[in-house]
Design a protein around this ligand. Sequence first.
Ligand code: SF4
Length: 233
Amino acid sequence: MAGLVPLSSVDWPGKLVATVFVQGCPWRCTYCHNTGLLDCRAPGTRMFDDVLQLLERRRGLLDGVIFSGGEATRHPALPAAIAAVRAAGFDVGLHTGGGFPKRLAEIAPQLSWVGFDVKGQPADYPSVVGVPEIMGQRAWLALEALLDARRTPTVEARMTVYPGSHTRATILECARRALDLGVDAFALQEARTADGSRPYRPENADPDWDFDELAADVQALADTRIIIRAAKD
Ligand code: SF4
């Protein structure tokens, strides 16, 4: 593990959880807040036993554990870690971009909630996360498989945008596609700077870019299943 936050009220909406950060991510989002977690070869800094000990101390205070990253599903020990948390009597949630579909399908029945990062349509993956289009196709297939799982977790698809990241049409297509697949919610998120203090704006960003306008268009698709997270909130 690369880190452990003992109490979070934001990583799993509506739940009080401990958040485990797993080292390593195969993708390279330009707005990434966790660049220290990206190197897949870097050793972890915490032992998983720390999580189990924390859960014992916080029994009755915590609802569960979120595995985050990096990309938690790249780690071969994730299924065993999830099983250990569940055996201790806690719910398990996951943040993922769907980069490792087989492992995601394996753990899906053990998950209660998933925040699934949609990075765009498959053709956007090379520019948005620096991986070939086929990885985007695999990510969408992973989302489909998750929603078809024998015991389906609650799934929030989330898409992070900033000026120039995607066209308006692409954002609406992605929202529609995720909603049509059956996600419980689609969250449109405005990227923030790494310190979280303000909206992320790449060099040469379109000064007329208007997140609120975009959010209104997305909201109109399916009012009750849309979540808007503006960077200024
Ligand atoms: S998927 Fe997450 S951890 Fe990986 S590069 Fe993108 S923002 Fe960073």
